[in-house]
Design a protein around this ligand. Structure first.
Ligand code: TRP
Length: 336
């Protein structure tokens, strides 16, 4: 067994992906999967999609012709980056929630003059290895930017390193409509903590919009079956990491738009009566029984702005694409 050497105070990342980490990650997955399978209806927390195979499949989803959100958000960022940079203001400390897609933050960084560019970039992610690689690449591209990855689950309370300069304003960046993967009450409490954490600055956030259900349906049921593979990968991961006995071919990917709750729901549906064991515990599935793996809530522009205001932000400009598929919002945090 490898010994665990604590990272130095200013070394990045704050934690390393050591054996210890992966053991506790496995224990958390086991616990969450077992308790989710005992619930009715059965659920698995969506964060377990993202092992290496899941992350690669997710990258493929973002490239699919039917999956409009990524490319639409990128276009909005590219078209309006100068206006966004003006809201962010000089000497910002940028904090990105979730795996920093380098492309997205780079569109923002490139919209600044050297003199007023963000001084510091803190990408927060639970996957330490992925994060450190991304950080290294960014450092070579932006040598003046202080890149300080933070390995943490941004849904949990956490402390950030102190701001570098007394003038430093903290600005959050939360693209990808990841906020839509939270329940509305979780989204509200996330925004509430963000408003506190970002006092004196603001939040730039991407939110997918309510639209024609046919368009949504296509986006989460792509012709090539990549989203299906992504959903089913949860079962493969359980087999690999937890000695589970899922037969992925025994389940169907099922995603549909629920207009009452304004969300896409992703499920895995058992094709037949079957029994599966996970960590020595047995679970019986009836034909047609589902495991609910993820929600992707859609908002109207006003609906989202109201939520942000409830959380303590003041709504600033909202940018959209010509077809009104996706939105990016600037939210002012309360004064410091
Ligand atoms: N947050 C994005 C969305 O809800 C991306 C995403 C998360 C996603 N999980 C997914 C896309 C599962 C497809 C399938 O659309």
């Amino acid at each position: 067994m490898r010994s665990y050497i604590p990272a130095q105070a200013d070394a990045a990342p704050l934690f390393d992906s050591t054996e210890l980490d992966s053991q506790s990650a496995r224990a958390a997955f086991a616990q969450d999967l077992l308790s989710g399978l005992k619930r009715t209806p059965r659920t698995v927390p969506a964060k377990y999609f993202y092992d290496a195979a899941g992350s690669a499949l997710f990258d493929q989803i973002c490239e699919l012709p039917e999956y409009y959100p990524t490319r639409t958000e990128l276009k909005i960022l590219a078209d309006f980056a100068p206006q966004m940079a003006a809201q962010i203001g000089p000497d910002a400390e940028l904090i990105e929630f979730g795996a920093g897609s380098l492309t997205k933050v780079r569109l923002l960084l490139d919209a600044f003059e050297t003199i007023n560019a963000p001084t510091c970039y803190l990408p927060i992610d639970i996957s330490g290895e992925h994060l450190e690689n991304a950080a290294q690449r960014l450092r070579t591209l932006y040598p003046r930017l202080n890149v300080k990855p933070v390995v943490a689950d941004y849904m949990q309370p956490m402390s950030l390193p102190a701001t570098e300069s007394p003038r430093g304003r903290r600005v959050g960046f939360f693209p990808g409509s990841t906020i839509g993967n939270m329940e509305p009450d979780e989204a509200l409490s996330f925004l509430h903590s963000a408003a506190e954490m970002l006092r004196g600055g603001g939040l730039l956030i991407g939110v997918d919009l309510v639209k024609d259900p046919a368009r949504l349906h296509a986006a989460y049921n792509d012709a090539q079956g990549v989203t299906a593979a992504f959903n089913l990968n949860m079962l493969r991961r359980a087999n690999l990491e937890l000695d589970a006995s899922f037969n992925p071919a025994g389940f169907n990917h099922y995603a549909y738009y629920n207009p009452i709750l304004q969300r896409i729901e992703m499920h895995l549906i058992s094709k037949r009566d079957q029994t599966v064991s996970v960590m020595g515990q047995r679970f019986s599935f009836r034909e047609g029984e589902t495991i609910h793996t993820e929600n992707s809530h859609k908002y109207t522009i006003d609906g989202f702005r109201n939520l942000a205001v409830q959380a303590g932000f003041r709504a600033g400009p909202t940018w959209t694409d010509a077809e009104n598929l996706f939105s990016v919002h600037w939210l002012h945090a309360p004064a410091a």
